[in-house]
Design a protein around this ligand. Structure first.
Ligand SMILES: NC(=O)c1ccc[n+]([C@@H]2O[C@H](COP(=O)([O-])OP(=O)(O)OC[C@H]3O[C@@H](n4cnc5c(N)ncnc54)[C@H](OP(=O)(O)O)[C@@H]3O)[C@@H](O)[C@H]2O)c1
Length: 296
């Protein structure tokens, strides 16, 4: 007899990775999942519903959930049959880029409220049920920036590092309850995420930032970031797989766990060897560099 479908709750499904994941799971040919695809603003559900097609109302339901609100989380869980979530996917997240001196503390706190405390809030809500049933899976969409910092992304990276430490610690205890944690660390993914950040950057004037720092941000970081997304960005459809094109960049930290090699290499590539950076990114995208330096 086939197992009953597992209830999968995903946060942040109005666009990007969350939307794609919800649709892919809902179309599972073996119908193993009953997807509760959530978003904070149901006014944005059109794209998800269109992509879900005939799965809508069958293997996929749309629900409101703001990960920054206790009431919203409680309300969402109360609408799930039996209140049982078998798989929780913490996907909702926001970015923040720019010179530190020009960002408000409120904006920084919003990043932690969403990316870190949003995930903690959801986990606390589903964990008692999972523990009682001695069964569960928690998936966390972290980032490669949860493994290595990236210039002008200090607060975002810190929120993802926080997730890594939190869930790595929790994973040990949860094995006692047959509950598993998966941390997913995508490199650049071409979604609304980058667009929202660029919009934020274009309207921000970064007060209290000295001209040199602004110059480094606008004339070095921003063009390099655009080139990075253009060259090695994945689509949200294939983000579930490892982005082999980005792997050599992530490997710098593995080669030298002190972080020094990564920091020095990033610094030289961004500020001194800018032409080589663009060329290198294009080589990573076409695969020729990887074939030369990477063992098969
Ligand atoms: N794109 C990348 O390059 C990349 C790389 C590594 C990791 N990630 C991570 O992947 C996850 C998904 O990002 P994405 O690329 O798919 O970007 P996206 O298209 O902007 O999706 C982010 C989702 O999070 C939602 N969200 C934001 N605040 C929320 C809140 N308080 N409550 C509930 N939902 C909220 C957004 O809803 P609204 O539409 O209402 O804003 C949106 O649905 C994020 O955790 C991000 O950090 C992205």
């Amino acid at each position: 007899m086939a197992d009953a479908p597992r209830t999968v709750l995903i946060s942040g499904c109005s666009s990007g990775i969350g939307l794609e994941l919800a649709v892919q799971l809902a179309h599972d040919p073996r119908q193993r999942y009953q997807v509760v695809a959530t978003m904070r603003d149901l006014g944005k559900k059109g794209a998800l519903e269109a992509a879900a097609g005939e799965a809508l109302g069958q293997t996929l339901a749309v629900a409101q959930l703001d990960v920054c609100s206790d009431e919203s989380v409680a309300q969402c869980l109360s609408c799930i049959q039996g209140g049982e979530v078998d798989v929780l996917v913490n996907n909702a997240g926001v970015g923040l880029v720019g010179p530190l001196e020009g960002l408000s503390l409120a904006a920084m706190q919003n990043v932690f409220d969403t990316n870190f405390f949003g995930a903690v809030r959801l986990v606390r809500a589903v964990l008692p049920g999972m523990k009682k049933r001695r069964k569960g899976h928690i998936v966390v969409v972290s980032s490669v920036m949860g493994l290595q910092g990236v210039v002008f992304n200090e607060v975002y990276a810190a929120s993802k590092f926080a997730l890594e430490g939190f869930f790595e610690s929790l994973a040990v205890q949860l094995l006692q309850f047959n509950i598993f944690i998966t941390l997913v660390e995508p490199g650049p993914v071409v979604t609304d995420f980058e667009g929202k950040l660029l919009e934020q950057v274009s309207t921000a004037d970064f007060p209290d930032t000295d001209p040199d720092t602004l110059h480094y941000f606008r004339d070095f970081y921003l063009p390099a970031s655009r080139e990075l997304f253009r060259s090695v960005g994945q689509s949200p459809q294939d983000v579930a797989q490892t982005n082999a094109r980005y792997t050599p960049l992530a490997a710098l930290k593995a080669v030298d766990p002190s972080g020094s090699l990564y920091v020095r290499t990033s610094h030289r590539l961004l500020f001194r060897w800018t032409r080589f950076l663009n060329l290198g990114l294009r080589c990573l995208a076409c695969g020729c560099l990887r074939i030369r330096i990477w063992p098969r």
